[in-house]
Design a binder for this molecule. Sequence first.
Ligand code: 5RP
Length: 223
Amino acid sequence: MTQDQLKQAVAQAAVDLIVPQLNDRSIVGVGTGSTANFFIDLLAKHKGFFDGAVASSDSTAERLKQHGIPVYDLNNVHDLEFYVDGADEANGHLELIKGGGAALTREKIVAAVARTFICIADASKLVERLGTFPLPVEVIPMARSHVARELVKLGGDPVYREGVVTDNGNVILDVHNLMIGFAPDVEAQINNIVGVVSNGLFAARPADVLLLGTKDGVQTLKR
Ligand code: 5RP
């Protein structure tokens, strides 16, 4: 199976998991990236069975609207049962690195609100230890050099993602070679650097369910 077929299989598994639990008042939190896009396209087949969605990026909002799925402002949503999104890396504790698509901050906000965070990923994303994938950090533009120096003090090698501006008008530093021991501590430490908006470690709020696409089928990992 190709990586895209594995992504499609986990997207379908997420649809199969949540759709029976939705009703005409349900709003679904939707992530960003190629796996999330498969999810959107498959979820759209059931659009009569739920009210709408909250999007974690402008591109996701656009794709949802193209399918005729209403997109709500998170501030007007009082109950979000499910958030479904991909990841760049996941470990056995369902802690994640996200932000390869630069949408980490909005993804983290929607994940924080949702009662159940379902991560969908192909098997290549499962790792023993987080950090081979460079950790994305969203930074206020004027703080870029300051934050980069602080990240070097933490042992990382930050690289400015040239030409990328986030939906929030900020920039991304991708931190290579960072030793991620206890992920919640590293997440908090980076968030404490002045000028950091958020970082791509999802450890304080990990996924609740990881649907992993393998050549032998979709595996379900739970916390
Ligand atoms: C975007 C993300 C994505 O979930 C992550 O990059 C995985 O993307 P893909 O599903 O395309 O492999 O965090 O900011």
